[in-house]
Design a protein around this ligand. Structure first.
Ligand code: AHR
Length: 507
């Protein structure tokens, strides 16, 4: 049994809906086969975009989509991906499978996808192998309304009105695939690219400097020191305001001893399961570390922290291209996601965006495509069940007494995780029981409000390794049966290895 107190009348920072963001890279079958099948495909599509994928993601209210990478972004030259498809040059996707990319999915296709999804585009500029001019012209092409050279080119390519592009990434992993730079060299470059990443008309870019790997807090510090003239988010760029408004970092849940042995996505024992959860839970400490560095330079919290790649990374599915990073997705992945979201909600005062890697067919995917079949993964259901947290006010939730835990190696892993928020007269509580074998009774003392009728949803399966395929879907959401409320005391029984959400009206 675990007891916790929820202060439902003390709303805290807003949980930015962009914490539920997504990522689509030209990698394996994410874009090609995942989002894009082409207009001639027998798979139902609109202008080449897969409609089942669009529909499934619209149901999640996905707030933004990051593209074209990842490592690919720093090899991508946007001019190769506009104009008549038959005239577009090909290129080699050197990072992912060394395959030939035909550029049939380019800027217009991506922006059409965002429009269909109702998602904000997050475009990553090529800083590693591109030029400042190339990046500046891409923004002009995307967002300028008048008769400028790039706006004219866009019109020649069939799009009259400019698009709205709120999020603009300045490269990706510059310490690695994005150019092998040190933090100082990259910070200088980010300032340069940021300076020429102009706002056109009423399109205001939120420029995101490419950040640290995991707990490299020094990288974050150097970025904060080089931000621009002033700390803070400027309405107008270029003169007197910052050259970038946010800094990012990446954190993957990787369990194995080496890159060549990260473990199977579907075949793992209980020890490996718990070690996965230790890695996932580390996000709390890493978020706190970056936030502490940022607080020292930016106590008013005007600079955003963005986790624009996160998720599990296991060995690829046997028999698939090692460069395509295709892995199955089990209930374990879903619990990794729920633990991350609890940490995101607790750091909502600093963390403004996060992007799961990646949306379709790559790493911790929401969706898997198999020919014309679409599979909703267990992770997808966590995003769906947590939808009520989008733009809600976070609520303080504290365990009273000892948090259930177990010793895993030299770490004490909390096996209970929870977070809560309030919006539109309702409260949503997310609850995770990580224990592999034992159920957990949760008693939540809800303070400061009258609790109305309660409804709950549950995600679990007999096995932690359960996963969905085109022919078998053992991991689905059901109604939470074991939930009751007496006065302000909410009592829930969480089965072993489960995630639940409980929602109720408050007055
Ligand atoms: O998501 C796969 C890759 O992981 C991305 O391209 C890169 O940024 C990271 O290393």
């Amino acid at each position: 049994m675990v007891r916790a107190v929820l202060e439902a009348d003390l709303p805290g920072p807003r949980i930015n809906r962009h914490l539920y963001g997504h990522f689509a890279e030209h990698l394996g079958r994410c874009v090609y086969g995942g989002f894009w099948v082409g207009e001639d495909s027998e798979v139902p599509n609109e202008g080449g975009l897969r409609l089942d994928v669009v529909e499934a993601l619209r149901a999640l209210d996905i707030p933004n989509l990051r593209w074209p990478g990842g490592c690919f972004a720093d090899t991508y030259h946007w001019r190769d991906g506009v104009g008549p498809r038959e005239d577009r040059p090909t290129m080699v996707n050197s990072h992912w499978g060394d395959v030939v990319e035909d550029n049939s999915f380019g800027t217009h296709e991506f922006m059409a996808l965002c429009e269909l999804l109702g998602a904000d585009p997050y475009v990553s500029a090529n800083v590693g192998s591109g030029t400042v001019r190339e990046a500046a012209e891409w923004i002009e092409y995307l967002t300028r309304a008048d008769d400028s050279p790039m706006a004219r080119l866009r019109r020649e390519n069939g799009r009259d009105e400019p698009w709205r592009v709120p999020f603009w990434g300045l490269g990706n992993e510059p310490w690695g695939c994005g150019g092998g730079m040190g933090s100082g060299a990259y910070a200088e470059l980010a300032r340069q690219y940021g300076t020429y990443s102009l706002d056109h008309g009423d399109n205001h870019l939120y420029r995101i400097a490419a950040g640290a790997a995991d707990a490299d807090y020094r990288w974050t510090e150097v970025l904060l020191q080089n931000l621009g003239r002033h700390l803070g988010v400027g309405e107008v760029t270029g003169h007197g305001t910052n050259t970038y408004q946010a800094v990012s970092f990446h954190h993957y849940t990787i369990v194995g001893d080496s890159w060549d042995a990260k473990g199977s996505a579907t075949r793992f024992d209980t020890d490996e399961y718990y070690r996965t959860m230790v890695k996932a839970a580390a996000i709390e400490r890493i978020l706190a570390g970056h936030a502490a560095v940022m607080d020292a330079y930016d106590p008013d919290r005007r600079v955003g922290l963005v986790l624009d790649e996160w998720g599990t990374w296991f060995d690829v599915e046997p028999g698939t291209n090692p460069g395509f990073l295709f892995q199955q997705n089990t209930l374990r992945d879903a619990l990794v996601a729920s633990v991350h979201f609890d940490a995101f909600h607790r750091h909502a005062d600093r963390l403004v965006m996060a992007n799961i890697a990646q949306t379709v067919n790559v790493l911790q995917a929401m969706l898997l495509t198999d020919g014309d079949a679409l599979v909703l993964t267990p992770s997808y259901h966590v995003f769906a069940m947590n939808k009520g947290h989008h733009d809600a006010a976070s609520l303080p939730l504290a365990v009273r007494g000892a948090t259930p835990s177990r010793t895993v190696g030299d770490t004490e892993l909390a096996t209970f995780s929870a977070s809560a928020s309030t919006k539109d007269g309702r409260v949503l509580v997310s609850l995770t029981n990580l224990d592999a074998t034992e159920p957990l009774v949760v008693e939540l003392d809800v303070r400061g409000v009258q609790v109305g009728s309660v409804e709950g949803h549950l995600l679990t399966a007999p096995e932690i390794s359960a996963h969905n395929t085109a022919t078998d879907t053992p991991v689905v959401v059901s109604d939470l049966q074991d939930v009751s409320v007496h006065g302000g005391l909410l009592r829930v029984t969480l089965p072993a290895h489960s995630f639940a959400t409980v929602g109720f009206a408050v007055s």
